[in-house]
Design a protein around this ligand. Structure first.
Ligand SMILES: C[S@@+](CC[C@H](N)C(=O)[O-])C[C@H]1O[C@@H](n2cnc3c(N)ncnc32)[C@H](O)[C@@H]1O
Length: 234
């Protein structure tokens, strides 16, 4: 799993170019994927939402634009990413490690994490921490890269491991950052493995929605309706 010191220095160094690089390298698809997240949020209509690993605030800001009535807080452990999020209009932010959030139990109705969990040192510990801050019956949503299946897999690996680091080196001057991206995507649990991880960390009713043929996926899961149900079951 990723080393958090490396991940912190990586995002600190690319913060200023992150938004542009993100949209170019995903060919704008990240914008469409965030629209799918809005559909989930519109079903749940939370009063309080925490966007973990909010980075430069893309997801939190798009939720805020669509649902101005929701109280949205963004958190990240990289202050230089958060500074950009604030500059772009995200009003409520705090700097913290996602595995130790300075937040009371059950504070949020929804926790979202886009392209963040994959970068964390321990996926299970992070998922348990998100569950701790969810209210009874609250919802978790994870948006992240995945790997497609079938004949496109070879072409996708060529893009991920050869073409993308070259383009990223040109856009961010940190080619190795995007070599790391490819490795982290290969290692990140996908499909049934992620659903099992969610069950093992105590979530209910996990679902997965592959996007763009499996290049990305949205996972959702629920906190138990019992108050203080934060023990791990699996
Ligand atoms: C790829 S960016 C995603 C940013 C944003 N969610 C988006 O969709 O554009 C990953 C973010 O995760 C943050 N991150 C990684 N590990 C973290 C941790 N342990 N605690 C808090 N933030 C973390 C990084 O600082 C970075 O801002």
């Amino acid at each position: 799993m990723p080393d958090s010191g490396y991940v912190h220095s990586l995002f600190s160094s690319i913060a200023e170019r992150y938004v542009l690089a993100n949209h170019v390298l995903s060919m704008g698809m990240d914008i469409l994927w965030r629209l799918r997240v809005l559909e989930c949020v519109s079903e749940w209509r939370p009063a309080h939402l925490l966007d973990v690993a909010t980075g430069t605030g893309d997801l939190a800001l798009s939720i805020k634009r669509e649902f101005p009535e929701i109280d949205i807080v963004g958190t990240d452990f990289c202050e230089s990413m958060l500074q950009i999020a604030r500059r772009r209009g995200l009003e409520q932010t705090f700097c913290a490690d996602a595995m130790q959030l300075p937040v009371e139990d059950g504070r949020f109705d929804v926790v979202t994490v886009a392209f963040g969990l994959r970068n964390m040192e321990n996926y299970a510990s992070a998922l348990q921490e998100f569950r701790r801050v969810l209210s009874p019956g609250g919802h978790l949503l994870i948006l992240d890269f995945s790997m497609p299946r079938g004949i496109v897999l070879g072409a996708y690996r060529l893009y991920l491991h050869r073409i993308l680091p070259l383009m990223a080196g040109w856009l961010t001057s940190r080619k190795e950052a995007y070599a790391y991206l490819g490795q982290s995507i290969e290692q990140f649990p996908r499909g049934e493995k992620m659903l099992q991880l969610l069950r093992d960390t105590g979530y209910l009713n996990p679902t997965s929605l592959p996007l763009c043929g499996g290049i990305a996926a949205i996972y959702t899961a629920e906190q138990s309706c019992e108050p203080n149900a934060t023990s791990v079951t699996g």
